[in-house]
Design a binder for this molecule. Structure first.
Ligand SMILES: *Cc1c(COP(=O)(O)O)cnc(C)c1O
Length: 599
């Protein structure tokens, strides 16, 4: 029915354990197409709607009863409403996020886990960048098999939550995806676990994606299929699916396959540019799109072969372009997909810019995963929504200040330095216009200026990403020209090894100074205690919620602080950003105090 081949030598291979891969060379499953042709009714194939049972004869499953299926596949092929017209092409999106665990991996996991069960493995192990883990742990749970998962440290919490919910046993390793894959391989060999993941059998499930595209287009073959590439397994699967349909005589040509990577992890593109047949490993992968953050694709040799065989290409897009495409898909096409999936559309935009779109072509973008898989990526570019009291006045204030005309997402190369020295108000206004498309009034610009001044006073240049935080901060600041607001005049904190921290603070209200000092378990605690004491209000404050976010990396990262003060039944939320956590805490406190004391 099928045999296993070494992909590079094409020798027939076997194994007495559950690892279906060579140490250095991938294996592949070769189906007996003649046998399949005799078994299936091609007329039925052309007329039946896409569903798994239809494709089962093309999969290496011995007993259909053993097949562990959770209704993966039969995902929508959606015709583009906007982008296709804009590009002058016949564009479709294969929405793979609609699979049970939110990515196309489920097609492969169904076969992978079914084979593991059929062969009687006592457990499954795999490496993953996140989605593979979510998918395999789900199918392993359905098959009642233990599932061990090795992931590189830093995988999105939402993906890990999915794995944990399915009972997967996660090990995070300090290393890349490839380090995780090498470890999983060794453990599978020594402990006789089934090695799931991007190996021979997975392709046999994932190739149904290609079958479906053809079925859904009523056997009209697209000119091009664009696929995001991580390990290169899915593009390999599409190539195999189209080839098998052609061998069965169901189609007469094969689409060009385009593999898209991030510029931060583009070993396939490097090989393609050099017309090489083998991929060179990268030192590391650097991209926000974790699903394709792979320095050395396991199926890279297969993927590049698929691209050459079909006359396709390999293409790299930047993270920023991916995020923009992701936002475009959501807002224009109503499709919220993972950033890795949006790489396909970012590629089309790149081609448009280069004037290389061929008009009238039929193109399919494989939108590989669901947007909710990694919301943190989206939130990083998002302008945080304002928090107001539940009254109309506060809404009107935002509405009338044209707040809702601003962009809600800002895509920037975060690290770029914007100001080293204090800009004048016009420069600030221009920078904000360019970045946020916003035309802010002088009042807000004045607030932004005061925030910038405080940043620069700390010896920290203003990066583009800071400005986003600063504007948010400024938007929610009370009117700084009001004379009756509380201001900090000075503060000082001392702390040291095994010492209680002490803080002193002087604040000013209506021209009068108030001073207090206090101790705390740490510097932040000490300063908050001192502020509480110094506040010229006889009402006691209770600090209930103190949140800190570090924005960016490195010791000079910006700190965002949010705190909630409670005064009787009223509460107020203060927020601030600063490169200095103590200062951010002080400013957030003052902010909350002033909000609680409206004129
Ligand atoms: C796994 C994955 C990819 C990459 O696919 P490969 O088969 O590893 O090339 C792309 N997008 C999503 C959402 C994925 O889960």
């Amino acid at each position: 029915m099928y045999q296993l081949l070494d992909f590079n030598t094409k020798d027939v291979v076997t194994t007495d354990d559950f690892v279906f891969a060579g140490e250095t060379s991938p294996w592949e499953v070769q189906m007996d197409i003649e046998h399949i042709r005799r078994k299936i009714n091609l007329d039925y194939f052309v007329s039946a709607a896409p569903c798994l049972s239809k494709y089962l004869p093309l999969m290496p499953i011995q007993e259909p009863a053993n097949f562990v299926s959770l209704r993966e596949s039969a995902t929508p092929l959606v015709k583009s409403k906007v982008l296709g017209k804009e590009l002058g092409i016949d564009l479709y999106f294969k929405v793979e996020g609609k699979n049970p665990t939110g990515s196309f991996k489920d097609r492969g996991s169904a076969v992978d886990i079914s084979i593991a069960k059929e062969l009687g493995a006592k457990g499954v192990i795999l490496a993953s960048t996140g989605n593979m883990a979510a998918s395999c742990s789900c199918y392993a749970a359905a098959a009642k098999m233990p599932c061990f998962i090795v992931v590189p440290e830093g995988v999105s919490m939402s993906k890990l939550a999915q794995v944990i919910s399915f009972g997967g046993k996660i090990i995070q390793v300090k290393g890349s995806y490839n380090d995780a894959a090498n470890l999983a391989y060794k453990i599978a060999k020594s402990r006789k676990f089934f090695l799931a993941g991007d190996y021979a059998f997975r392709v046999e499930g994932q190739k149904t994606g290609a079958f479906e595209v053809i079925d859904q287009l009523l056997f009209q073959v697209p000119d091009e299929v664009i696929i995001p590439v991580g390990c290169g397994t899915n593009i390999t699967a599409y190539a195999k699916g189209f080839a098998e349909y052609k061998d069965l005589g169901l189609i007469h040509k094969i689409p060009r396959l385009v593999g898209v990577q991030s510029t931060g992890a583009c070993s396939l593109v490097n090989a393609f540019d050099k017309k090489a047949k083998h991929l060179e490993p990268l030192e590391r992968a650097d991209t926000i799109a974790t699903a394709i953050a792979v320095p050395f694709p396991i199926d890279g040799d297969k993927a590049i072969d698929a691209i050459y065989q079909t006359g396709g290409e390999a293409s790299a897009v930047s993270d920023t372009d991916m995020l923009k495409a992701q936002y475009y898909l959501s807002t224009q096409e109503g499709l919220f997909v993972e950033s890795a999936s949006a790489a396909t559309v970012a590629h089309l935009f790149k081609k448009k810019e280069q004037g290389l779109i061929k008009p009238g072509q039929r193109v399919v973008c494989v939108l590989s995963g669901e947007g909710l898989k990694d919301p943190s990526v989206v939130l990083k570019s998002a302008i945080q929504p304002p928090i107001i009291y539940p009254n109309e006045k506060d809404f009107d204030k935002l509405y009338d200040s044209n707040f809702f005309d601003n962009k809600t997402m800002v895509f920037v190369e975060k690290d770029q330095v914007l100001f080293r020295d204090m800009p004048n108000p016009t420069q600030t206004k221009e920078a904000l216009e360019n970045l946020f498309g916003a035309n802010y009034n002088d009042d807000l610009i004045a607030k932004v200026q005061s925030c910038i001044e405080r940043f620069l006073a700390k010896g920290r240049a203003i990066h583009i990403s800071d400005l986003q935080d600063i504007v948010q901060d400024a938007m929610e600041m009370v009117d700084i020209t009001r004379s009756d607001i509380l201001k900090v005049v000075s503060f000082k904190v001392t702390t040291g090894q095994d010492k209680i921290a002490e803080a002193e603070v002087t604040v000013e209200l209506n021209g009068q100074l108030y001073y207090a000092s206090n101790k705390g378990v740490g510097p932040v605690d000490a300063i908050i205690q001192a502020l509480c004491k110094a506040c010229p209000s006889e009402i006691q404050y209770q600090l209930t919620d103190y949140k800190v976010q570090i924005r960016g990396q490195g010791a000079d990262a910006v700190v965002y602080v949010e705190m909630k003060l409670i005064k009787g039944s009223q509460n107020s939320v203060g927020k601030a950003v600063s490169p200095d956590i103590i200062q951010a805490s002080v400013e957030a406190f003052i902010d909350a105090y002033n909000i609680a004391h409206p004129v």
